[in-house]
Ligand binder design. Structure first.
Ligand code: NAP
Ligand code: 8YV
Length: 311
């Protein structure tokens, strides 16, 4: 008999097709009344597939008495209560590695957009402002000092790309890594020494507001903040304050505290480049992520080892 797979929100068609062909799928986003639908099927659900930001609460897990595996479509699994899943013996998987290149490309793109004011320049060209004079000079990125907070899989991919721009690379993470870049065990000291601080840690309680006003002040008036990690890692209110008051120069953000809502204050600021959490968002990479979500679930029910188990 086919296993019951609950897909929590709209996911790429590539994954949905794979899932439809191999499982009895339940598509929550197509239901008029999601709570009612869950209450009707909750005891039959064997597996859940879920987008990275979607909260999987203890209450939901507890109500699904047959649930065996939660497969997260993202490497960051901070929206899933991992400890509670563990206590119920529910397996959790994520999608590491297959998105490293994409997220690193986006991080570098954000840096270039902020430094070279690509978005403003595009607007300037489109609205014909050029006829009234040249676009103001921007800031050189090549050769600048880049500090990476989180020297993990994606952090290393960002560093590799930044090397091609002759950036002077240094980093902070919990543990020193076997890499050639300078390690700082203190994020404030790193911020003081760099032009750009690029955040690529996991989200969750441990990193919440790791980038606070003190770190931003240490980054300084010529400093650029790039966040492709999670909104929670940066104190968003303090960031807005620092951007408004020129305590830092500018920011490039892919992630926010209360997605998909972006504070109007950030939108109104001239010194921000804002993306709607698209760092891994290409067809190729999202399909690879979908394949991994599917393969993990399939392996579980075929009694094969999970490919990327979180716990
Ligand atoms: P990873 O390989 O686990 O690397 C995470 C890095 O963060 C490690 O170097 C780790 O240090 C460091 N870290 C963890 N907690 C820390 C703390 N409290 N203080 C300082 N450093 C800390 O993970 P990854 O695959 O590179 O992914 C990183 C994160 O990027 C994901 O968890 C997700 O939140 C985010 N992400 C965002 C997008 C997007 O679309 N914007 C896409 C993919 C990923 P140690 O190794 O020393 O413990
Ligand atoms: C996804 C991400 O877009 O992998 C992550 O942690 O944030 C992104 O790749 C997100 O998980 C939505 O599924």
């Amino acid at each position: 008999m086919q296993k019951n797979l609950l897909i929590m929100s709209q996911m790429p068609q590539y994954f949905v097709n794979l899932a439809d062909d191999n499982f009895n799928t339940h598509k929550l986003w197509l239901q008029n009344d999601e709570d009612k639908y869950i209450s009707e099927i909750k005891e039959t659900v064997d597996a859940i597939a879920v987008m990275g930001g979607y909260k999987i609460t203890p209450e939901l897990m507890k109500s699904m008495t047959n649930l065996k595996i939660i497969a997260c479509y993202g490497v960051g699994y901070d929206a899933i209560d991992i400890d509670y899943a563990k206590s119920l013996g529910i397996k959790v998987t994520n999608t590491p590695e297959v998105l490293n290149d994409e997220v690193a490309d986006t991080a570098i793109a954000l840096m270039l957009c902020v430094y070279k004011q690509i978005v403003d320049a595009d607007n300037f060209a489109r609205n014909n402002s050029w006829v009234n004079g040249d676009f103001p000079l921007s800031k050189k990125f090549s050769g600048s000092k880049l500090g990476i907070v989180g020297m993990g899989r994606i952090g290393k991919a960002i560093a590799k790309r930044a090397e091609a721009f002759d950036c002077v690379i240094s980093y902070h993470s919990r543990n020193k890594k076997n890499v050639k870049y300078k390690f700082y065990d203190n994020v404030n000291e790193l911020a003081k020494d760099v032009d750009t601080l690029c955040i690529i840690t996991p989200g969750g309680k441990e990193t919440e507001k790791l980038i606070n006003q003190k770190v931003l002040k240490d980054l300084g008036t010529n400093g650029v903040l790039i966040n492709v990690a999670r909104g929670s890692v940066v104190d968003q209110d303090e960031l807005i304050y620092c951007l408004k008051n020129n305590i830092i120069l500018a920011a490039g953000l892919d992630v926010y505290v209360n997605e998909p809502n972006i504070p109007k204050e950030l939108i109104d600021l001239k010194n921000t480049v804002l993306l709607p959490h698209i760092a891994s968002g290409t067809v190729e990479t999202r399909n690879a992520m979908g394949q991994l979500v599917y393969d993990n679930i399939k392996n579980y029910f075929e009694d094969k080892p999970l490919i990327s188990q979180v716990l």
